[in-house]
Design a protein around this ligand. Sequence first.
Ligand SMILES: [Zn+2]
Length: 310
Amino acid sequence: MKVKQSIPKELRYTVRDFNKEFPTDSACIEYIKEQRYPGGVTECAKCHVERKHHRVTGRTAYACDHCGTHIYPLAGTIFQKSSTSLRLWFYATYLMGSTRCGISAKQIQRETGVTYKTAWRMFRQIRSLLSEEGDMQLEGPTVEIDETYMGGRRKYQRGRPMRGDKKKTPVVAIVQRGGQVIAKAIPDVTGQRLMGLVKKHVVPGSMIYTDELASYNRISVLRGKGGEDLGYRHRTIKHSDGVYVRGDIHTNSVEGFWSLIKRGIGGVYHSVSPEYLQTYLNEYTFRYNRRFMGNQQFRAILSRVSERAS
Ligand SMILES: [Zn+2]
């Protein structure tokens, strides 16, 4: 993957911009309120009609202009039960949205001055917002698929695990060239499993590049639920011959994604246990899919706060 060295001006968002936009807890809660109830307007539980609400000084509540009944913009969000200042939450979110290769809970602790326990909790809560929608489909027309094994205590390593190494989990990545990625930790790399993922996530008619793993053999004959030909075309790269690129036939995009993950896990997380593997994959997928947004990733994470509110 080509890494852009400079971020276009309109996409830049520095810590100075952050401090200016979010100087206080109040500014932060206003932001969440505007996301969830633009202009403070929402149905009042008592009036049963749309009412404007105003901020209750010193509280996280807004009151109905007509009857005074409260609404709470933080209810159901990751910030709801926290005693940590909202501004520190926003700052931790800014840090997580400003890095290319990931940031650790330790770094959040250092930058915000909260305890490690608190930093770790914030880190996990913010990261929980970063999963993509499960039924996302890649539009093609050119897609690369590759599998690898990750996790366990040993260092990141490509290729199949040693026999009996059950700590390593198979991971498959499906990348649309020049576009988005889907990455999944999966129980096995059987043809049935991989073909299910192709049908679910790749638009019919796409050209698909893979390595020589036999599980991919049926791509070009896949049929839909009604028996219709899905029209996938398939080319393989013979990595065993030491050939990695033949004209358009390569898996460089998916290799770029693996190297991004490798840098993150090697440099930041050190090792990944199987139960957290998918959340790590989600975080890197989120970053990769927004790699042209510059520091506006911060805003993309913030909009998840209200989208994912329960
Ligand atoms: Zn009311």
